[in-house]
Design a protein around this ligand. Sequence first.
Ligand code: ATP
Length: 355
Amino acid sequence: MTTPAALELEGLGHAYGDVTAVESFSLSVAAGEVVCLLGPSGCGKTTVLRLAAGLEELQQGRIAINGQNVAGLGFSAPPEDRSVGLVFQDYALFPHLTVSQNVEFGLTGIDGGDRRARCDEVLRRVGVADLADRYPHALSGGQQQRVALARALAPSPPLILLDEPFSGLDSRLRDQVRDQTLHLLKQSGQATLMVTHDAEEAMFMADRIAVMRDGHNVQTDKPDALYYEPADAFVTEFFSDVNRLSGIVEKGNVYTPFGNLSAAPMQDGQKAEILIRPEALRLGPVPDGEEGSARVLASRMLGRSSLVHLCTCRQIGEEIHLHARVPGRFLPKENEVLQVSLDSTQAFVFPAVLS
Ligand code: ATP
């Protein structure tokens, strides 16, 4: 017998009055899997999470948790009957309860001693056991986030729903808390659906990412597949800056100043947009007897990589401004002419969107 998905969302549709927030949205989260909902502001991420939690009444589609239908066909189980743990941006701890009382609050149906033991265990796992008797106002943002997570994990629900759980933390603390949270979720084996608008955060946390746009699920896959095999220009650009060129398909290829790219399955004569990640441009010295393909406009050290602003040389066609990202320290001088080649695994060709 196959294990049921921890969460099954099928054909969800939801509108607030005239505003369609989610449309034909389907996604499944397997037991023990961390899936991120990623997309720009207003694309419907939080609505999907609220529908899964039962905080919004389902208008269209079906929701099942651990193989049990919880919403669909005019039926909607209330949040307390859905066995989900919720962590929202503001953590929403009860201010008048201590840390341990906050965590024990959700442990109904367990008698006193066991409840206390479970609470202690979860607080230890999230690394805040020493704060058990403090009140929320006396905790830092990172500590509050961990207590909120402990409260969600404590009843061992099959599914944890996280809505931008790290957004209130400063960048250094965020990295640390993200790392701890990831290991905790993977150890606990509970399935997780997490909302974020930050592509790097989604790639850090997720086994799979569902990229959303205008209420739809555009592409769901492993981070590596989304990065190297994006479905369209929107997904490509969501994961990095891109250099954007245009072209016409000829003999199955499009021309770029640094080499041709396959345009399959597009037809000859079709207009194409070409998206080249900055790290796809490989820079090197101009070989003897050759002219070089780009001139340096500026070079900037960004820490882990260097960013080189380039302009394609006039002899190879229209001048185009490009960004190249090179690992480590690479700072060619202004006006230096370089040879540029292309890593075709990080350059993508799509049919041009007609405006
Ligand atoms: P963000 O990243 O900014 O939180 P989101 O991707 O989570 O955005 P939602 O909060 O799900 O997006 O909103 C989707 C759409 O529904 C948006 O156009 C939003 O303005 C609208 N919306 C959300 N909640 C309500 C509401 N209670 N009443 C009316 N419209 C709403």
